[in-house]
Design a protein around this ligand. Structure first.
Ligand SMILES: [Fe+2]
Ligand SMILES: [Fe+2]
Length: 246
């Protein structure tokens, strides 16, 4: 391993570690790893688009300088995540590709944007990556999961900072919308989970769908909902939104 900084000034300097385990894996496993990590390239680019809007709003709204900085950095982080996922997919045998992101979702007003992109997606994403890292054995998959995880915690903080700045009325209004915002974030996971083979390939960073559902439920109940409650947002029956995962 080189001692290059983990965040290079140019994407071309990103390098995955050697991975004999991936080279020795059966062709079916390599194909699965190539497909799943390849699909993540688009999700990361979608996140880059969302954080482009978050950064624009964070600066326009005059949020604290630390939050502006994290939001602006998040755009570059997500493009770097896409490049890391693409590199891993290619290492597993995928043809090099840099797909177009999905069409941007209309996140609605600023609170919906910050809560969906930050508090919900990034907190759940952190839990997902933590679970991935705990089970991954392949050096390349561990490298990518660890690099992504190191940033997602900061990305979640952008959303939580927004919620902390809401007044009492804003928090009550958010509480009433929470179930809908959670369901809208969790819904797209369902199609991806349904398309995964039951066993996954956890050693290579592809979790079994049952593991993902269990980890997402735990993150919702132990991190996301308590986070809102801690900041004075009534969570009501928002936990029902987990049903959107199927
Ligand atoms: Fe990411
Ligand atoms: Fe992120």
């Amino acid at each position: 391993m080189s001692d290059a900084p983990s965040i290079p000034r140019r994407l071309g300097a990103l390098a995955l570690p050697d991975d004999p385990t991936l080279e020795a894996a059966p062709s079916g496993t390599r194909a699965l790893v190539a497909r799943v990590w390849g699909e993540r390239v688009r999700s990361e680019l979608a996140a880059a688009q969302a954080f482009t809007r978050v950064a624009q709003r964070a600066i326009a709204a005059g949020l604290p300088r630390e939050v502006q900085y994290l939001a602006a950095r998040a755009v570059a982080d997500e493009v770097r995540h896409a490049a890391l996922c693409a590199a891993l997919a290619e290492r597993a045998g995928a043809a090099p590709s840099w797909p177009s992101p999905p069409p941007p979702r209309d996140a609605g007003d600023d609170t919906a944007l910050f809560v969906s992109s930050g508090c919900i997606q990034e907190t759940l994403g952190s839990a997902f990556l933590q679970a991935t890292l705990e089970r991954a054995e392949s050096p390349a998959a561990r490298f990518v999961a660890r690099a992504l995880l190191a940033d997602e915690v900061d990305h979640a903080r952008i959303g939580w900072a927004w919620v902390a700045g809401l007044d009492e009325t804003g928090k009550v209004t958010l509480g009433a919308r929470l179930h809908g915002l959670l369901a809208a974030c969790l819904g797209p996971w369902r199609a991806r989970l349904d398309a995964l083979p039951a066993a996954g390939a956890p050693a290579f960073g592809v979790l079994a769908p049952a593991t993902i559902r269990a980890e997402m439920r735990r993150a919702l109940e132990e991190l996301v909902l308590p986070g809102f409650a801690h900041l004075g947002v009534p969570t009501g029956d928002a936990a029902r939104a987990i049903d959107a995962l199927g």
